[in-house]
Design a protein around this ligand. Structure first.
Ligand SMILES: Cc1cc2nc3c(=O)[nH]c(=O)nc-3n(C[C@H](O)[C@H](O)[C@H](O)COP(=O)(O)OP(=O)(O)OC[C@H]3O[C@@H](n4cnc5c(N)ncnc54)[C@H](O)[C@@H]3O)c2cc1C
Ligand SMILES: *[C@@H]1O[C@H](CO)[C@@H](O)[C@H](O)[C@H]1NC(C)=O
Length: 477
């Protein structure tokens, strides 16, 4: 379908770079407006890091939430608190307008996925840093990233307006007189040039441990990551004048699984945040040490405040994630997978390291959950935890976890219209961005579930605006 020299009646194709949720959301909006799309993806399999998302997507207010509790204002407040006041004090208006677009478009993002695309998002959980349950996932076994991506992808693949090129790495964004006019890409040894407006949705750089990550955050050198070990693509846009923002703001997720079979492996499976949200607790040498529902940043800092256990190769800590039977039942779809992978084990308390300390910790914790005591660490919501009288032979579910580099908050400075700003603050024509490549929404900390949300919200905006651009420029030509 290319895009060079088409009959006048055929609309020009829009080039979408990246086949994660941001790219697929943009592509879906484009084809809904009858605009042809070429999706370029460097990997052999489409879906990016989006397909791995395991906790869910935020939306407020939705019909799946418990009625009458949450509000847009709460979601906005939680997001701004998470950004942190020091980050919020710079570029305040820009950040406010992006966050306002993100939160106020969240209900329609969920409705779009559920009602128009047919994705099941009927379960909600409360994740760390959130004041209410608002992170949506399906009721079945399939994790939310996989179910959203496979649904959008199969609808796009069935559409004759869509061409998906895999194994195709974009190496240059082409401009003419300040306007983006296409991209250069490589497939195997072949270089290809495509012309058309561009939606750039290439994700973050959390897996780029030897490149961008070490450049912006040398202290994180040696940390394992949940992302694929591939370079970030932000530089392709800074080369054409895009500004970057918050590049040193990197989210370290507190809980990546240490696989007992391969403890120093650099790419790690995430221990889904829902495990803590639904009732799981964290132990260091048998004792709780943090409110497990605090933000990722707070939980991570509580872990890394003590020296790591491994410094050779990967930098890791020894923390145990523990679930009682009821919490296991409520997170069964996750945990059965982890048990099968050997990342978690079903054990009695007496089989654990520091078992006497663990027993004492669980006795005290059950008093806290029953309201006999308040938690000195500040946890107020206990999910499905139901263990009341722990005994040495009580069955629990445990896994070893350590902090992992998970998400890069920084990226390309953009607007609520998904436009990219140059050094003069002027929008670059012919270019839109969405997803983790952007900066300005999450500041010091991204809330769980808000990344899939930004992909859908700004991906759709990018798609709509690129479609309008094609319609108006083809009128001119
Ligand atoms: C294990 C895991 C679990 C997560 N769970 C959640 C969750 O529950 N909820 C949530 O909100 N967020 C979650 N996140 C974060 C979220 O998944 C990502 O931030 C989000 O999916 C990013 O989407 P994206 O479309 O911007 O990028 P991606 O999904 O990473 O897609 C970008 C694509 O662009 C391609 N690409 C990059 N550069 C080029 C180039 N030069 N040429 C061609 N192609 C290129 C990449 O190969 C990739 O396929 C999770 C992340 C991980 C790793
Ligand atoms: C893509 O690359 C993979 C891995 O190098 C290869 O196995 C596959 O055949 C390629 N597919 C296409 C369509 O080029």
């Amino acid at each position: 379908m290319g895009s060079i020299l088409q009959a006048p009646s055929v609309k020009q194709s829009v080039i979408v770079v990246g086949s994660g949720l941001a790219g697929l959301s943009a592509a879906s909006e484009l084809v809904a407006r009858n605009v042809p799309v070429v999706i370029l993806e460097r990997q052999a399999k489409p879906g990016g890091n989006s397909i791995k998302a395991s906790s869910g997507i935020n939306g407020v207010p939705t019909r799946f939430q418990p009625p009458g509790l949450d509000s847009l204002q709460h979601f906005l407040d939680d997001t701004i608190n998470s950004v942190s006041s020091s980050v919020m004090s710079t570029m305040t208006e820009t950040r406010r307008s992006l966050i306002s677009t993100l939160t106020s478009s969240s209900a329609s993002a969920i409705n779009w996925l559920v009602d128009e695309k047919g994705v099941d998002l009927s379960r909600v959980a409360q994740l760390g840093g959130h004041s209410h349950a608002r992170t949506h996932r399906g009721a079945g076994q399939t994790p939310p990233g996989a179910s959203i991506i496979t649904t959008l992808l199969s609808q796009l693949k069935a559409n004759p307006l869509v061409e998906l090129q895999i194994n195709t790495t974009v190496t240059k964004v082409l401009t003419s007189q300040g306007e983006v006019i296409g991209v250069e890409s490589q497939q195997g040894g072949n270089v290809q040039t495509l012309h058309g407006p561009v939606v750039f949705a290439t994700g973050g750089f959390a897996g780029d441990s030897t490149g961008a990550l070490t450049r912006y955050r040398p202290d994180l050198h040696g940390y394992p990551s949940t992302n694929e070990a591939l370079p970030g693509s932000q530089d392709l846009l800074s080369e054409i004048g895009a500004q970057l923002l918050d590049m040193d703001q990197v989210q370290v997720h507190p809980t990546g699984f240490i696989d007992p079979k391969d403890p120093s492996k650099t790419t790690k499976f995430l221990a889904a945040e829902a495990l803590r949200g639904e009732g799981g607790i964290l132990l260091r040498r048998g004792k709780r040490f943090v409110d497990e529902l605090q933000t990722r940043k707070v939980v991570t800092e509580a872990i890394t405040a003590q020296p790591p256990s491994t410094t050779e190769g990967t930098k890791q800590w020894d923390i145990v994630l523990l679930l009682d039977e009821k919490t296991y039942q409520s997170t069964k779809s996750h945990v059965d997978f982890y048990l099968w992978k050997g990342l978690m084990q079903k054990k009695t308390i007496s089989e654990l390291d520091h078992s006497d300390v663990v027993l004492e910790t669980l006795e005290q914790y059950s008093d806290i959950v029953q309201g006999k005591e308040t938690d000195a660490l500040g946890r107020k919501s206990f999910g499905n935890w139901a263990l009341r009288e722990p005994k040495p032979d009580t069955v629990v579910y445990v896994g070893n976890v350590t902090p992992v580099v998970h998400y890069t908050m920084g990226g390309v400075l953009f607007t609520p219209d998904a436009e990219v700003l140059d050094a003069d603050g002027k929008a670059i024509d012919g270019l839109w961005v969405a997803g983790e490549i952007t900066g300005g929404i999450h500041g010091a900390n991204r809330l769980g579930g808000s990344s899939l949300l930004e992909c859908v919200v700004f991906g759709r905006i990018a798609g709509r605006n690129a479609a309008r651009y094609v319609e108006t420029t083809s009128d001119k030509r």
